[in-house]
Design a protein around this ligand. Structure first.
Ligand SMILES: [Zn+2]
Length: 293
């Protein structure tokens, strides 16, 4: 019996020991799991804090990325309307010539400027009227003023013979192209070089006021015209009839054309007086007045 009770006691102790070991193991497991839990909660908290940060980041970056994109369209849409009127009326360039294409209309025809950097469209055709029975034509709005001036000068013993009046765009183009091709052959130049050289003799089509019917070469096209009484009369009286000396001496850098005492351009009586009084050429006068052209 004693052996049996001893054996029982030993078994109880073993069981207790096993239980104790299991108990400590459970405790360790619990600790580890709580540690894991805290670490996961810590992770989750960092994740949730990261998430708001990333949300904040997004909310910061999103508007900042959307701001420029929204700003870009508004900027272009803001600049477009203000630049559109300019481009539609002024800044259209002829890709072949590199010159601005200048529309001629009822409101700007008197002061319209064509020169080395500006040309009118080939489609523009002025309505013409003959100067007496000379076979010379001007814009129908200008012809009566030339006749009036001619009549007034005649009374002073001055004959303002129409020498070169309106020339069609097509004729100007043919003359210009013919001279360009002559230069290409004669001087072995490229078309571009020859065209540049030809432009010093014949104005390219669309850049001559003769194509607009707004001007007259009077009597002749000799430099000596400056010494003739007809020139003197014109300098004193042409403005009364709306005509100005378009290419004055000393303004060659502005007009791009040498002094032409014979070339008189109609701008209207009011403008002609102001331009004459200013001593400026047409381009300078319009610049000074802030008149867009
Ligand atoms: Zn001329």
């Amino acid at each position: 019996m004693k052996k049996n009770s001893d054996f029982k006691f030993i078994i109880i102790i073993i069981v207790l020991l096993v239980l104790a070991v299991l108990g400590t193991l459970q405790l360790v497991n619990k600790k580890q799991s709580t540690l894991q839990e805290t670490s996961t909660t810590a992770d989750s908290t960092t994740q949730t804090t990261e998430a708001p940060v990333s949300v904040i980041d997004n909310s910061i970056t999103e508007p900042s990325t959307t701001e420029p994109t929204t700003q870009v369209p508004t900027e272009t849409s803001a600049t477009e309307p203000s630049s559109v009127p300019d481009t539609s009326t002024e800044a259209v360039t002829n890709p072949e010539t590199g010159r601005l294409i200048v529309e001629v209309n009822d409101s700007n025809w008197q002061l319209v400027v064509v020169n080395g950097t500006r040309e009118f469209p080939s489609t523009y055709k002025p309505e013409l009227d003959e100067i007496f029975d000379t076979g010379k034509y001007l814009d129908a709005r200008v012809a009566p003023h030339y006749e009036e001036m001619y009549t007034a000068a005649k009374q002073d013993g001055i004959i303002l013979t129409p020498y070169s009046a309106y020339r069609s765009y097509e004729r100007q183009k043919n003359n210009y192209n013919h001279l360009t091709e002559t230069y290409m052959a004669d001087y072995n130049l490229s078309r571009e070089e020859a065209a540049k050289k030809a432009a010093t003799v014949i104005l390219p089509p669309g850049t001559s006021e003769h194509n607009l019917g707004l001007c007259m070469d009077i009597c002749n096209v000799y430099d000596s015209f400056v010494n003739q009484k007809e020139y003197t009369w014109l300098t004193e009286n042409a403005y009364r009839y709306g005509f100005i000396l378009r290419y004055p001496k000393g303004k060659e850098d502005v007009t791009g054309i040498v002094f032409e005492p014979w070339h008189w351009r109609y701008v209207g009586v009011e403008w002609a007086k102001q331009i004459r009084d200013s001593g400026l050429c047409l381009e300078e006068f319009l610049d000074m007045q802030g008149i867009a052209y």
